[in-house]
Design a protein around this ligand. Structure first.
Ligand code: EPU
Length: 421
């Protein structure tokens, strides 16, 4: 028994959608609320299961949240002495983003307990950059059986140089540094738009942060912060999912709630594939012909093409005219969805971190399994270009980060439904 998506062939997509807020921002904003006692408001919150898990984690440490509008959360955080630094290991193990609680919990309680991080199924995901950053700010780590204990009686600003511009390590270091004594400088910081969104929310709480969106971020510690009132930035990975779905099926799509400047290189690549994307006030409009064209693509840290777009791009390119080479430069194991796409008739050869995609005119349907969130989204994109019915299992992975994917695609004319099996 479980939920499945059933997808049939319906041809071109047409219509308009309002885009959800970003999963990879909202989870950090929710963690950041721990930094200030009082009631926070977060708007444009997506209805996704990772948000539910983060609410449970916050509840377990003493912060209560409630929905005050269809996409609006209020989170009430008690004084630091009434916050527990020990979220249940089972809960934090369920979402990778829970690691970003380490920074804020250390900053306000001086302690944190973290599960060996969970999340997606695509290779080793070390946390050494987080650990190094927090240690330089004064924390000590102890590895116990199934969790880590982190302590820092008082955090002190420091100079940090990241070996790699890790997205969540940048979030964590910023949140640890905002209440630390003195100045913290992060060199080789991640530049993702969600880091910029977090910095903007923290600035609205009274934090002093400069340089978010560049690779050098400077944080001046302050004594206290006040609650945030912030709307989550649009989800560029979900936008990419709808755009690749359009590339796969053809048609015309208007998307509201995204600033195209945060996905420029993707838009350029999509243009090369025959999916034209134009900015309009508050969003974009996109058009695609009946079949995409091949293009070579490599994933890189922002502003490069995000690793999160890649599974959907491979799915789209699998029915492109021509041969594409897609290279992964971030996650070693992010290739498991390839076997599932092959089941749908995609002609894919993988070698090291490259995939050669030989486009076929149309995929065929089949029964496939989503192993992680973006792999699942890629199967939905693949199924839209398949001539008979596709059944996708493991959709709970997709629902970790997609708000209303099935309803939205159906509204655009896709033949897709969700069922209990
Ligand atoms: N890395 C290390 N050590 C660390 C941290 C990262 O070696 O301590 C390596 C990773 O193994 C990887 C690379 O650095 O090779 C990039 O990892 P990064 O830390 O930037 O990724 P992340 O912060 O764990 C976030 C998103 C991911 C997204 C990546 C890249 C969240 C919760 N997750 O992960 O999102 O793929 O950045 O942009 O923000 C998703 O939404 O599907 C997703 C997986």
């Amino acid at each position: 028994m479980g939920r499945i998506y059933r997808v049939g062939y319906a041809g071109a997509l047409n219509g308009s959608l309002k885009l959800q807020g970003a999963k990879n921002s909202v989870l950090k904003l929710m963690a950041a609320t721990v930094l200030a006692e009082g009631t926070h408001r977060i708007g444009n919150v997506p209805l996704i299961s990772d948000v539910d898990v983060m609410r449970e984690i916050l509840h377990a440490i003493g912060a209560e949240s409630s929905w005050t509008g269809p996409h609006e959360l209020e989170i009430t955080v008690p004084s630091a002495d009434r916050l527990s630094p020990y979220p249940p290991v089972e809960l934090v193990g369920r979402i990778r983003a829970s690691i970003v609680l380490a920074g804020p919990l250390l900053a306000v309680t001086g302690r944190a307990r973290l599960a060996a991080p969970g999340g997606d199924d695509f290779g080793t995901r070390p946390i050494d950059i987080h650990e190094d950053a927090l240690q330089r700010l004064g924390a000590s780590f102890e590895y116990l059986d199934d969790y880590l204990e982190v302590k820092a009686p008082r955090l002190e600003g420091a100079g940090l140089v990241f070996e790699f511009p890790s997205h969540t390590a940048t979030d964590n270091a910023i949140m640890a540094a905002v209440l630390a004594r003195g100045t913290t400088v992060i060199e080789n910081a991640a530049r993702e738009p969600e880091v910029v969104d977090l910095a903007a929310a923290l600035a609205s709480m009274g934090a002093r942060i400069e340089g978010a969106g560049t690779s050098r971020i400077v944080i001046e510690g302050v004594d206290r912060l006040s609650p945030m009132d912030h709307d989550v930035v649009g989800d560029r990975v979900v936008a990419a999912t709808y755009l690749t779905a359009l590339g796969m099926a053809g048609g015309r799509l208007a998307l509201e709630g995204i600033d195209t400047s945060i996905m420029e290189i993707l838009i350029r690549k999509l243009g090369a594939c025959g999916v034209s994307v134009k900015p309009v006030a508050g969003g974009l409009v996109a058009e695609a012909g009946p079949r995409p064209r091949a293009a070579d693509i490599q994933t890189l840290p922002y502003p490069g093409v995000a690793t999160d777009y890649k599974p959907m791009l491979v799915a789209m390119l699998s029915r492109a005219e021509g041969v594409s080479v897609v290279s992964e430069n971030l996650f070693s194991g992010r290739f498991r969805y390839l076997d599932e796409l092959r089941r749908l008739g995609a002609d894919l050869i993988s070698e090291g971190h490259h995939v050669v995609v030989r486009g076929v005119p149309r995929l065929v349907g089949g029964r496939v399994q989503a192993y992680d969130i973006r792999a699942g989204a890629a199967l939905v994109v693949g199924a839209l270009g398949a001539e008979n019915e596709t059944v996708i299992t493991g959709v709970e992975h997709i629902e970790r980060g997609y708000d209303g994917l099935v309803e939205n695609l159906a509204a655009l004319g896709a033949d897709i439904s969700v069922e209990e099996e």
